[in-house]
Design a binder for this molecule. Structure first.
Ligand code: ADP
Ligand code: MG
Length: 248
């Protein structure tokens, strides 16, 4: 049985005159992939940050496993991890140091170095598809590898709610397959995963539920058997465009 992992009720978030989110309500469940889809600027990343507690909504409620968090630290303690759209790594540090950045404060006690080293090597091999020495300095690595490091870093915290914001944007088909394999593994362990994407074909392959945003407003959530390219395009376009296209 899946339980509600995240619930948003009537969330609104503005930036000055910009209404980034309005009237957004959704429910995401454990062991499911919940996709957030919408056009450029439709509020996807803002929604990801509201769920992960980085942004506080102007109105409405966000609860994670029935509890509301008011600071990013509280959200983290509830088991949320957000892989941001922007790739944030410390170039001068090793892969391993990047992977465990801040991990001590999260887990309380430090794991032995060789245990961490082995975990770092294993997850990077799973995600990258090749072996990477965890002692490599990150600076000169390709952007795609840096992106994998941010994904691996989140996964290593064993999140109960994982948010991937356009994490597959720069990945080719095979790499995306490796990411999806890892996501399915985490799902099986009960993790709730949000994927923010604008790639409909990808979403159709992996999502169990999909919420569509149009200009910051949630225009619907599709369940697994309703998730088709056609249904999603229909929701993204909205009634005005449909009318314009049919000429009436
Ligand atoms: P998406 O991820 O769907 O492309 P965003 O959530 O990033 O959309 O942005 C939604 C809207 O909010 C856009 O109009 C964007 O310009 C605006 N916005 C997002 N973040 C900020 C911010 N920190 N300050 C001002 N405006 C912002
Ligand atoms: Mg975005």
């Amino acid at each position: 049985m899946s339980a509600v992992a995240a619930e948003l009720v009537d969330v609104r978030k503005t930036f000055g005159p910009t209404v980034a989110l309005d009237r957004v309500s959704l429910r995401a469940y454990t062991g499911e992939v919940h996709a957030i889809i919408g056009g450029n600027g439709s509020g996807k990343s803002t929604l990801a940050k509201v769920i992960s507690g980085v942004l506080v909504p102007d109105r409405g409620q966000v609860s994670i496993f029935g509890k509301s968090a008011t600071t990013p630290a509280e959200s983290k303690a509830l088991g949320i991890s957000n892989v941001y759209q922007e790739v944030l790594v410390a170039d001068e540090c090793s892969v391993m140091d990047n992977l465990f950045l801040g991990a001590d404060s999260l887990f309380g006690t430090a794991e032995p170095h060789d245990v961490r080293h082995a975990r770092a090597r294993k997850i990077m091999a799973e995600l990258l598809g090749f072996d990477l020495d965890p002692d490599t300095i990150v600076g000169d690595l390709p952007l795609s590898v840096k992106q994998w490091i941010t994904i691996a870093r989140s996964m290593l915290t064993n999140p109960r709610v994982l948010i991937l914001d356009e994490s597959s944007a720069a990945l080719d088909f095979e790499s995306t397959e490796r990411l999806f394999r890892k996501m399915r593994e985490m799902k099986a362990q009960g993790c709730a995963i949000f994927i923010v994407t604008h790639r409909i074909a990808e979403l159709v392959r992996i999502a169990d539920r999909a919420t569509v945003l149009r200009d910051g407003v949630s225009v619907g959530t599709l369940e697994k058997d309703q998730i088709t390219e056609e249904n999603i395009l229909h929701l993204i376009a909205g009634p005005e465009r449909e009318r314009a296209q049919s000429g009436s």
